[in-house]
Design a protein around this ligand. Sequence first.
Ligand SMILES: Nc1ncnc2c1ncn2[C@@H]1O[C@H](COP(=O)(O)OP(=O)(O)O)[C@@H](O)[C@H]1O
Ligand SMILES: O=P(O)(O)OC[C@H](O)CO
Length: 496
Amino acid sequence: MEQYMMALDQGTTSSRAILFDRDGKMVHAAQKEFPQYFPQPGWVEQNANEIWGSILAVIATCLSEAGVKTDQIAGIGITNQRETTVVWDKETGEPVYHAIVWQSRQTADICEQLASAGYDSLIREKTGLLIDPYFSGTKIRWILDHVEGVRARAERGELLFGTIDTWLIWKLSGGKAHVTDYSNASRTMLYNIHELKWDEELLELLDIPACMLPEVRPSSEIYALTAAYHFFGREVPIAGAAGDQQAALFGQTCFKEGMVKITYGTGSFMLMHTGERPVKSEHGLITTIAWGVNGKVEYALEGSVFVAGSAVQWLRDGLRMFRESKDSEQYARRVDSTEGVYVVPAFVGLGSPYWNSEVRGAVFGLTRGTTKEHFVRATLESLAYQTRDVLAVMEEDTGYKIETLRVDGGAVSNSFLMEFQSDILNVPVERPVIIETTALGAAYLGGLAVGFWKSQDEICSKWSLEQRFDPAMEDEVRERLYGGWKKAVHAAMAFQ
Ligand SMILES: Nc1ncnc2c1ncn2[C@@H]1O[C@H](COP(=O)(O)OP(=O)(O)O)[C@@H](O)[C@H]1O
Ligand SMILES: O=P(O)(O)OC[C@H](O)CO
């Protein structure tokens, strides 16, 4: 009977279960969206039980639609929206508060205090990160400070913290395993990425009890078996985990130093593999752990853009400009340019390379002649401009000239976006056959641990190109357009 690896990809807006065969081909996928909560401007929350429910639903749907039995699943790999923070009771399994999502700005005050007390370089040195509400540490602190009775319960050892990987592994294993992997730990602002341990000084600084924290393990290893009674009716090895951006780097087989990928999902994230060497950025990128595999921890340099595909969702759901995200392409193609319109989608501030929590979205260059088509095109173009902001500083920080860019994630099926991306970077863009690279990376990590695949070399041979987009824009046009974007971003930042 044919065997498969199952990837569980728990993203910001939806959960997916995807089956992969030994050739790394997608056999079947099931996907389910779940609710988002916006309790105050700039806050983004989710319900961890609803996330768990969506995972159970996609597992069941995927297996039944594919006609695959549980004894055909060799193992499970997990990948997740990163930084999103859950705190729950270890006896009842009940979360004490909503999951605070990575995009949420509700800890801006705590960050402000840390920055004005001068902790910037200490945090940078130990964790590779900047002080920003993005990371989990201040989100845990916020829950301990704001939810009644929670601090005392945490100090008595009754509560557990986890990012979404940890929460899912804990639930899948019936509460047996409280673990995370190196890549997820490196997003908490509490983990020392050089000494590979939770950092006591940072825990003290944020007043977070160490007993809440999960054990940190490699990204490819059997953490636990699924609790048979739950749903599989069988004990299936949970054999790999990585944050979604690191999993995408793995799925794109960027195993060599200097290789780069960008994933366009809710946000967009460019990661360069830097080998066993953590590279420090001078220009607003962050240093992160790529994964721990084969007894080795490897690092990446990352540019994190908070709003990418979610700007397209905003056009769709907020402004009701079209029914489906993919319709954005036909509107954008109906005009030859935006005629000077720029959209700066800074809905939750700006991440790399600006790191500005206060700035909000803006539109520039409107005239009486501006149409929906210009507006849609300007929004798609903003995704490409943000990528250029990040790529430019990544080249400066590493000294590498980026020759090609591997792309993946929901929005890369938009060929207009890919053409414009290549034009504005003046770099060829390569779209692989499998754009669900995040899930593929998780399957690979899990599959290596259970012997479904033998080695990273074997995996490398499975990457295949679907389409390459070569730059075709004149230099003068490229620089004029990009110059307009820089002016628009700076004008948006001036309006605070
Ligand atoms: N053809 C398209 N053009 C532009 N954006 C798209 C297209 N298809 C999907 N998207 C956007 O991509 C995002 C979904 O990508 P996905 O990788 O599933 O995200 P996530 O993992 O963050 O939930 C959505 O924000 C959606 O608006
Ligand atoms: O949900 P995505 O794919 O945009 O990924 C979110 C990131 O992991 C946030 O750090």
